[in-house]
Design a protein around this ligand. Structure first.
Ligand SMILES: Nc1nc2c(ncn2[C@@H]2O[C@H](COP(=O)(O)OP(=O)(O)O)[C@@H](OP(=O)(O)OP(=O)(O)O)[C@H]2O)c(=O)[nH]1
Length: 208
């Protein structure tokens, strides 16, 4: 078996988590472009290496697995058994409670981000950065311009909650927030509205 920390050990650890996530997400697709859902956690892990310069295997594995407990039948105990306590801990930190309403869940997500570990904050930032790019490229079909602006506002609150974690990732996030969006033929306007006030995301995000 490859030694942990060796190049082969790191590659093996990453591939093990990617394969696990692929099996767990199965035929799930992204809401916007209908591509396999697993593309999202893979992209999140890539942002962490490419933009943030992260090489910590546990953080990268948790990025690959970050939606598995929230969105599939896999449990934290399964993650712990396959990847250990540290990875399971990060996944727990970034998993939302799907039994709550959408407003409760999103408010809790912002609140938890403030006190999350550095690893969990890195994953949150990369996760929302990819979602922002998805909204710009192919937003979920049911979203209008207001809903897209609401998501950018919500994401900006996640950014503020995670400030001071990684300068390059935060700069990429800020850049994304300032980019124009145009949904369903609306006139392009900066994703994060200049008059956005904390909590405004609730106005155009249905609670259920
Ligand atoms: N922007 C975008 N989002 C998509 C797409 N496909 C699935 N999603 C998921 O939809 C969520 C945003 O939709 P909302 O209506 O605000 O939230 P909800 O699905 O959790 O109720 C994101 O969750 P999240 O909690 O913000 O992030 P995550 O941790 O679940 O990834 C994201 O994961 C897509 O193509 N584009």
């Amino acid at each position: 078996m490859a030694e942990e920390g060796s190049a082969l050990g790191l590659a093996g650890g990453l591939l093990k988590a990617a394969a696990f996530a692929g099996r767990a997400h199965g035929k799930q697709t992204r809401k916007g472009d209908g591509t396999p859902y697993v593309n999202h956690p893979i992209q999140v892990a890539e942002f962490l290496t490419e933009i943030a310069g992260i090489t910590d295997l546990a953080i990268l594995q948790a990025a690959l697995l970050h939606d598995v407990v929230e969105d599939t039948s896999v449990t934290l105990a399964d993650i712990r058994a396959a990847f250990g306590d540290q990875v399971a801990g990060y996944v727990q930190e970034v998993s939302d409670d799907k039994s709550c309403t959408r407003h409760e869940r999103k408010a809790a997500e912002i609140e938890h981000a403030r006190t999350a570990s550095r690893g969990a904050k890195l994953i949150k930032l990369a996760d929302k950065l990819h979602n922002l790019r998805s909204v710009q490229g192919t937003p979920p079909a049911s979203w209008d311009q207001h809903r897209a602006h609401a998501y950018f506002g919500f994401a900006s609150e996640i950014l503020e909650a995670c400030r001071g974690t990684n300068a390059a990732l935060e700069a990429a996030f800020e850049h994304e927030l300032s980019q124009d969006i145009s949904v369903q033929g609306s006139a392009p306007s900066p994703g994060l509205r200049s008059d956005y006030v904390a909590g405004d995301w609730r106005k155009h995000t249905p609670d259920a």
